[in-house]
Every structure is written in C-alpha cells, then in structure tokens.
Design a protein around this ligand. Sequence first.
Ligand SMILES: Nc1ncnc2c1ncn2[C@@H]1O[C@H](COP(=O)(O)OP(=O)(O)O)[C@@H](O)[C@H]1O
Ligand SMILES: O=P(O)(O)O[C@H]1O[C@H](CO)[C@@H](O[C@H]2O[C@H](CO)[C@@H](O)[C@H](O)[C@H]2O)[C@H](O)[C@H]1O
Length: 466
Amino acid sequence: MSEAASTRAPVGLLPSLAPLLCSWLPLQRWFAGKGRPVTGFSLVSATELLPVAARTGPGLLHLLLGVDHRPHPTAGNAPDCYQLFLGIRRALPPHLAPALVGRPTGGPLAGLTVYEGLHDPRLADLILQRLRTPGSHGPLRFEHPGPRPALPALAGPLPARPLGAEQSNSSLVYGDTYILKCFRRVQPGPNPDLELSLALARAGCARVPAPLAWYGSTGPRPYTLGVLQPYLRGSRDGWRLALAALAAGAPFTDEARALGRVTAEVHTALAGELPTARLAGPGTERLADGMRRRLDQAARQVPALLPYVPRLRAAFDAIAELGRRGRGWRAQRVHGDLHLGQALRDGTGTPGHWSVIDFEGEPARPLRERRRPEPTVRDIAGMLRSFDYAARTHRPWNPGWAERCRAAYCEGYADAAGADPRSEPELLRAYETDKAVYEVVYESRHRPDWLPVPMAAIERLAAAPI
Ligand SMILES: Nc1ncnc2c1ncn2[C@@H]1O[C@H](COP(=O)(O)OP(=O)(O)O)[C@@H](O)[C@H]1O
Ligand SMILES: O=P(O)(O)O[C@H]1O[C@H](CO)[C@@H](O[C@H]2O[C@H](CO)[C@@H](O)[C@H](O)[C@H]2O)[C@H](O)[C@H]1O
C-alpha cells in the first residue's frame, strides 16, 4: 500500500487476517466482546503508518476494525469498533515473540508475521514522531492544543514501553516523560477523556495532566483514538496505596480526605467550563429509568443478582418519587468512573498531592450517555465503592477501615465544595447501587474471581432500610 492509498486496504487483507484475529482478539484484556462469539469483521479504515514494503524494518498498519458478534439480548447487534496497531515483519525477534498475532497464509501479507505493534519500541517511537507534528495521514488527523507545538524538541529518542497494566485501553510510556493512551473500543464522537482533560486545562485545573497532543480519524463518523499527556513520574495510584495501608494496618483517612477535596476541585472546574443542567421532574424519572434498565440488563447477564432486584429497584424508585414531589438536583459533566485507581499521588510521597486521570467514563456505556450532565454524586459514589472494594479484597476484611475512609472522603469533599454528599442520602444510595450493579457485570466479564466483592455490596445495599 502507498500512503496515498492508505484509506483503502489491499484486496484480500481482511480475509487473510480474520482467522488470526478471531483467536487473538478474545485473549486481549481490552476486548469487550468476551463470551460473545465473533461472527465477522469489517474494515472501517486501514492506514499504513510505515510501509509494509520496506524490507529493512517493520511495517505498521493502523486499523479501525468493525467486529460483529452473534446478537445478544443486552449487548445489541451493532458491530463494535476497535483500534489495532499491527506490526509486520518477516520474522519476530525473540523479545517480540509474546506479541505475535499470527502468520497469514494468503493475501497481501502471506509469508509475513503480524504482531502487536505497540509492543515494538521502533514502532512506538514512530507513533510519537507522528504526534510531534500536527497534520493528516490518510484518514488519521494528529492535533495539538494550540498553534505552538506542545511537545518540546528533545535531543534523543525516548525509549518506549507498554504500560502492561490491567487496562481497558493500551498505554505507552515514553522515557518517563509522556504517556500515550490508545483507545481500544471506540465509538464515534468526542471521547470525554480528551474533552474533559482539555476543558480542565482551559480552566487552569492543575489536578489533571493536560493533553499535549492527540489523534483521531476524520470522516462523517470521527473517532477520538489516542491522547498524549505528561507522565507523572514516580506517582503511585490510590488503589495500591490503599492496599498498602490496609496491609500495614495503617489508616488512610488523611489521604481519603485529600481525595475528597481534589474531587470537589475537579467538579468545580468542570462546572465552570462546561454546560450544567437542572435535573428535575421528567429528568429525575429518566435518571431512575436508566438505573432500573441497567439493573434489569445486569440481572439477565448475572442471574445471581435476581433475588436482590426488587430491593435494589426500591432505591431507584425512591429518587423518582422525590422527583415527583418536586425535588431536583444540579447536573454537570463528571468523571464518570472515579475509583482509587484513577487517582495518582505524586512521587514526593507528600500526603494529599493527588492528580485525577481517565475521564473516559465507564467504557461499556454508550458515549452519548457518558457525555450527559449528571449529579456529582455519581463520582462520589464511585470512590466510596472503591474504599469498600479495597477493604473487601484485604484479608481479614476490615469494614471499619472502609467506613472511616468513606466518612473522611465526604468530609474533604464538603470542605471544598461547601455541600456534604451525605446530605442527599437517597441520591447517594441510588448511585452507589447503580455502581455496584455495574461492577457485578464488569467483574463477571473480566475478573470472575472478584465477583464476590461487588456482590457483598449488593447484599448490604439490598438489606439496608429505605
Ligand atoms: N499521566 C500519567 N502519569 C503516570 N501514570 C499514568 C498516567 N496516566 C495513566 N497512568 C497509569 O496508567 C494506568 C492506566 O491509565 P488509564 O487512563 O486509567 O487507562 P484505562 O482507561 O485503559 O484504564 C493508570 O492506572 C496509571 O497507573
Ligand atoms: O479500566 P478502568 O479504570 O476504566 O475501569 C474499569 O476497571 C476497574 C478495575 O481495574 C473497575 O474498578 C473496580 O475495581 C477497582 C479495583 O481494581 C475498584 O477500586 C473500583 O472501585 C471498582 O469499580 C472499574 O469499575 C471499571 O470500569
């Protein structure tokens, strides 16, 4: 393929890759279609970022791949779209052996080896070089926040490494200077991770790493595909810090309080920069309906939820009832999937120095839902669930530790926001229930061994008096 022809895949490319992808995709942590048989593929776009014809080194093929699944009662019939970086070489050097996708037996890549391109430092470097200069490459568009390049010129190349974390997407770290997140399952439209990080940068909020460059696809259905941010060197995420505190029998309340303050700061900045709304009357009914719908879908997917459904629904009915009686709530753009793993404490180890990352929202939800203004309690409930998760995964279970963190987090939030989330108990409970239901589905799909963690919360929430 030549660059000019980069939006058109060579004849026979997809049929030759399909059998390899059928086996490889379901093994990837970020593949959202686990347990749903793949029935076909289509190419949304194919871009040669490095010509495969160059025999001296690897080639790099960027694909937006439509994946069809057997129709599913809750997941629907629409194909999912995934972003792939396929490296292509004659033979794989030993250090790339684990990245193997397969060897096509026919088509334009017959006789060559196809592998996960993000794992190849040479190809990772090529992607960074491409990001340095705004402009188009076939259907892909590379952008910077302002007219001046945001990436300082650097003397030498930055060694790249894949993050290797349990992730919904894939990230590359460049010499501890930059981190590039490549979204995997993509939906057309602005990705909130980029949209909200840019808004927070405009607002001067120093709690969130500001995007330095990003790229997406153009066309009638544009996709946000990746974002480059400064790498917070030496930082540790809140989940690991919380588990370390639990293991040491140490309190975590000062950190929880600081996290509450940071959450409030981020919320205030988002409310100042992006549209807000008032949720009342039919809006409250719609909110409760969404929660009920997600609960019903979840119970179809995870039958262990079934006995709890009536009691859980009561929490959603309670907010609908408040709405009918005239109660309303302020709604604004929120993080959407806030948990301890999304908070990074800086490398100095100074208590309270937290940054917040990953504003993508819950990856399984449709983009238009994730971009809707919601009460800030949504994020607060997510973090409260996270303290519960940490305490539950630690042996012996330490419910008092979680309760103290939860209280401190709400106090910190109240200090900075001027309103305590516990003053809206019905809303908080509904959101905590909604989150626990989401977690049950998430764990059943990705980490079945962890299912008892959110199920314990389901039991607690179902038993609590309304
Ligand atoms: N700016 C950053 N600096 C340092 N580490 C980061 C940064 N952004 C993300 N990370 C690390 O990468 C991990 C995954 O990032 P995240 O945005 O949560 O990806 P995903 O949406 O795929 O889960 C985080 O848990 C964190 O450890
Ligand atoms: O990958 P993301 O960060 O976008 O989020 C997904 O994965 C999370 C797990 O990695 C999951 O979070 C759940 O497990 C956490 C512990 O690993 C816990 O702290 C969270 O409270 C709990 O929700 C998250 O729900 C999911 O969207």
